[in-house]
Design a binder for this molecule. Structure first.
Ligand SMILES: [Zn+2]
Length: 277
């Protein structure tokens, strides 16, 4: 039994599927999540990439470097799914360990130097595995998912724990729902989210997200129809069924719903007063 302690793989990474290995990284993300899943994606015996190496601490960088060294294949690139702080790395720390190009969408490339700009629908050939790039805005512009037979590397489109926020200014609720429908249609075998455990029945989770968001959308509209005109009041009514929701978060999400309703022409806003059209 003694040699079990020395046997590889080590304690800091888990193989989620053939070609998808996770290294959890401690991050200041949205509670209850307390980490970001960094993935090694690609051929277990060939080329692979690191997705979202959100390292800020040397200890985590070393755990990631150990997982990469243990991999039998060749590290080809680092890919960031999107440019939120809990997915990005301390680049100088990262550069100490990995000297490979950075890949990301055109939006990500605005804030992170990327050597390759990824486009929707292109195929990443990683050894004997093919991964399709999907640009899925909604949670954040230029958000990237990766799809293959193994499943969907979902970034922040879906979560294994907690909830996904749609920020009112950079997010887009209508687009988010459209992209969720698109992901559902792909019928992924498994979902590998950025936060929380692997999702074994993606269909059910995506349906839950869609119905939950649509119900909230309807409640926000109903609150405005019933005469609530100020954001805080609309949020109070729309979230009356969820008293535990963080008030700031409820207001933020209500604003995202209102902006989506305004984009559809269902409601409008003037000097902070909302009304139906
Ligand atoms: Zn995010």
């Amino acid at each position: 039994a003694e040699d079990i302690a020395e046997r590889l793989p080590g304690r800091r990474s888990i193989l989620f599927a053939h070609g998808v290995e996770v290294v959890p990284i401690k991050t200041a993300t949205l509670p209850p999540a307390d980490h970001t899943n960094c993935y090694l994606v690609g051929d277990p015996d060939g080329e692979f990439i690191i997705v979202d190496p959100a390292v800020r601490m040397r200890e985590d960088m070393e755990a990631l470097a150990t997982a990469v060294e243990r991999h039998r294949g060749e590290l080809k690139a680092i890919l960031f799914t999107h440019s939120h702080g809990d997915h990005l790395a301390d680049m100088s720390l990262l550069r100490e360990a990995f000297d490979v190009p950075v890949w990301g969408s055109d939006y990500t490339a605005k804030s992170v130097p990327c050597q390759r700009v990824l486009t929707d629908g292109e195929t990443l050939t990683l050894g004997r595995q093919n991964w399709t790039v999907l640009i899925t805005p909604g949670h954040h512009p230029g958000h990237v998912c990766l799809f293959s037979e193994a499943g969907l590397v979902a970034g922040d489109m879906l979560a294994g724990i907690g909830t996904i926020l749609i920020p009112p200014h950079t997010g887009d609720m209508n687009e988010y729902l459209l992209q969720l429908e698109r992901l559902k249609a792909l019928k992924p075998h498994l979902v590998f989210p950025s936060h929380g455990p692997v999702v074994a029945i993606p269909d059910r989770l995506i349906d839950h997200y869609l119905s939950h968001r649509r119900a909230r959308h309807a409640r926000v509209l109903e609150a405005v129809r019933n005469g609530a005109s100020q954001l805080v009041k609309i949020a109070e009514e729309a979230y009356a069924d969820t008293p535990d929701a963080h008030p700031g978060l409820a207001v933020d999400q209500t604003l995202s719903h209102l902006r989506a309703l305004a984009a559809d022409g269902t409601v409008c806003e003037e000097n902070g007063t909302w009304r139906t059209n």
